[in-house]
Design a protein around this ligand. Structure first.
Ligand code: S3P
Length: 176
C-alpha cells in the first residue's frame, strides 16, 4: 500500500484532512511537523527562533527520511518541505503526492488567528509574504501527482474527494 502524502502551503488544511483521511482509509497518520517537535522537545517557532530556518529544514529532511520508510500511511508535511530537493525526491518516490491549494486570502484567514505558530508569517504584512512564498514555491507544488483546490471546500469535502479517487483507482494509491 502506497503512502498518501499531503503537501501544500500553510493553512491549506493538510493536518485536518490528513488525520480524517487516515481514519477513513484505516491508514496510519504521520505529521512531519509533529514529529519534528516531539524529537526536538520544543515548538517549531522555538526551533526557528533559536536555530533558524535552515536548521529546521535539516530536521525536516531527516524526519522525511524516516517517515517514508513506512507504508500505508497518510503523511502531512510542512508547507516548505518540498522546497528541499532531497525531501521532494523522497516524497515523490515513496507515495502518491497530493497538493492542497488555496487562495492567498483564504490562507491568511486560516493562519492569522494562530499567532506564534507559523514563524514565517509573523512579519508586518503576512498577505504579501504569503503571495511571495506561494510564487516562489509554485514550481515545487506543481510536482504533485494531483492538486486539489481546497479554498472553497470543507475538510470533509476534500477528504471525500481523495477517498473517492483512490477507491476508483484514478490516482493509484493502491498500486506499487
Ligand atoms: C512552514 C510550514 C509549517 C511549518 C513551518 C514552516 C513553511 O507547516 O513546517 O512553520 O515553510 O511553509 P504547516 O504548513 O503545517 O503550517
Amino acid at each position: 500500500m502506497k503512502n498518501i502524502i499531503l503537501i501544500g502551503f500553510m493553512g491549506t488544511g493538510k493536518t485536518a484532512v490528513g488525520r480524517r483521511l487516515a481514519a477513513r482509509l484505516g491508514y496510519r497518520y504521520l505529521d512531519t511537523d509533529t514529529i519534528i517537535q516531539e524529537q526536538a522537545g520544543c515548538t517549531i517557532a522555538e526551533i526557528f527562533k533559536r536555530h533558524g530556518e535552515s536548521h529546521f529544514r535539516e530536521l525536516e529532511r531527516s524526519v522525511i527520511r524516516e517517515v517514508v520508510q513506512s507504508q500505508g500511511c497518510v503523511i502531512s508535511t510542512g508547507g516548505g518541505a518540498v522546497v528541499d530537493p532531497e525531501s521532494l525526491t523522497l516524497l515523490k518516490k515513496n507515495g502518491l503526492v497530493i497538493c492542497l491549494a488555496s487562495s492567498p486570502e483564504k490562507i491568511l484567514e486560516r493562519t492569522v488567528s494562530k499567532k506564534g505558530v507559523r514563524p514565517l508569517l509573523e512579519g508586518q504584512d503576512p498577505l504579501k509574504e504569503i503571495k511571495r512564498l506561494l510564487n516562489l514555491r509554485a514550481p515545487y507544488y506543481e510536482k504533485a501527482d494531483w492538486t486539489i483546490d481546497a479554498s472553497k471546500k470543507t475538510v470533509l469535502q476534500v477528504v471525500s474527494l481523495i477517498e473517492k479517487k483512490i477507491k476508483a483507482g484514478d490516482v493509484g494509491a493502491d498500486s506499487g
